[in-house]
Each structure stands twice: as C-alpha cells, then as structure tokens.
Design a protein around this ligand. Structure first.
Ligand SMILES: [Zn+2]
Length: 249
C-alpha cells in the first residue's frame, strides 16, 4: 500500500518515480505519426549536415541519441566546436531533439555500478550542455537497449526517461527505404519508434525519402520523442499533482 502513495509535497520524488517507471516502449497509437530516432554518432561533421539537410528537405523531425565520449572529443575527430554549437542550435530550432545514448558503446550499461552509471551520465550531460546549453535532455536510450532496474533508477535521477524502439530502418542495406516502409507498416504505423543510426550510410542518404514516403504512402508524419509519446508517458502531466493541463477530467 505505501508504494502506491506518493507524497504530493515532494514533486521531485514523484517525478523520479514517474520517470523510472515509465519507460517508453511505443508512441501515441492514436496519432498518425512515427518517431524517428538516430543513435550513436556520425562518422563526420559533414555526414551530420547531410542527414539534417535531408530531413529538412521533407520537414522531417527526429530525436538524436548521441554518445557522450564523442561529444567530449570533437576536436580529435576534426570537428569545429563553434560550428557544432551552431548546428545543435539549428537542430533545436528546426524542431529536432537532442538526447542521451550514454557515454560510450563499449560496456553495456547493465555491467556498470551505480557509481559508474552516475559518472557516465554526468559526463554525458556535461559534454552535451557545453555544446547545447539551451537543450532540454529528457530522454536516453541505453546502448543495445541493455538496461535493468538499476540503469533506469540512476538515469531517472538525472531526469532521463528510457526510450526503446518498435522497429528499425536497417541503414546498411541499399534497400533501406523499402525496408523502412515495410517495417513501419508491419508495426501498424501509428506510434512507431524507428531506430536508425547517424553513421549508417543509407539512413543518412534516404532520410528525406523516408520522411516523404511515410507521409505519402502511409499517411504518417514524423516527430521527436517528446512530441510522439503517449499522454500517460508524459512526465509533465504527472509531476504536478492535481493539475489538469488538458482539462480532460
Ligand atoms: Zn547505439
């Protein structure tokens, strides 16, 4: 019984509880839209530009789950810091969303201790906010989707809500466009979460065509995670006790 009771005077506690228990497994099934998600890191700054341009050409919206280690070592990869900051600003302006894919892909998060997980998420947020101070990082996706209750608990402490995916785009097969359409149709279209990768050549090359085909063939628009999730997964409707933001009650 006590576990059901939440202290309404402790909104932070309630928020943490909400975030760790509301992993996002699918989007809002009542809306004809899918969430595009791009994981990891691009091979180059130019590849990111190409992906963004392709999305923009068709008005596509997406959430980008970046790895923190690469964000912290941009200069080593030949990226200009100021250009990257401008690009991230531009991404936010264009309606995309920045999110967390942890620090690195090496060890699954499930192999880490509470302390290591905390350190990695702190390092991620520090690297990300240095490049995109106006971003609001609300979502994370563990590498390989490998998470357990400790991972979800620790991430929730940083306000990070875990996001799985319902289907994928492939991205390494030249037939990625057709594969993506079939995969999205197979999971019913509405509320699909499409896993793609910033570094996979056909995810980048066909990003615009995918957005257009989703719209023209399946009647689906694209959205960020923030805009595509179910009302019941939206923390803003839960963290404020007794509020009724949509006047539904
Ligand atoms: Zn990944």
């Amino acid at each position: 019984m006590p576990t059901e009771e939440l202290d309404i005077n402790a909104p932070d506690e309630r928020s943490w509880e909400f975030i760790r228990t509301h992993e996002i497994m699918e989007g809002d099934l009542s809306k004809p839209q899918v969430m595009l998600t791009y994981d990891d890191f691009p091979w180059s700054y130019e590849q990111l530009q190409e992906l963004l341009l392709n999305l923009k050409s068709e008005g596509g919206k997406a959430t980008f789950f970046f790895l923190g280690k690469q964000l912290s070592q941009l200069e080593m990869y030949g990226w200009n810091i100021e250009d990257t900051k401008r690009t991230f600003d531009q991404m936010l302006l264009e309606g995309h969303e920045l999110a967390c894919h942890g620090w690195q892909h090496d060890d699954p998060m499930t192999s880490l201790t509470d302390q290591n997980l905390s350190l990695q998420l702190e390092q991620f947020l520090s690297a990300m906010y240095a490049l995109a101070p106006s971003a609001e990082i609300k979502f994370f996706r563990a590498p390989y989707g490998a998470r357990n209750s400790l991972v979800l608990d620790v991430a929730a402490r940083y306000g990070l809500q875990h996001v799985m995916w319902t289907t994928g785009s492939n991205g390494t097969d030249p037939d990625t466009l057709r594969i993506t359409m079939e995969n999205v149709a197979k999971v019913g279209g509405n509320g699909a979460i499409v896993l793609s990768h910033m570094h996979r050549p056909y995810d980048v090359k066909y990003a615009g065509e995918i957005v257009r085909n989703l719209r023209e063939e399946l009647g689906l628009s694209t959205s960020t995670v923030s805009n595509g999730i179910k009302l019941s997964d939206r923390r803003e409707y839960s963290t404020l006790p007794y509020s009724d933001p949509l006047g539904l009650s």
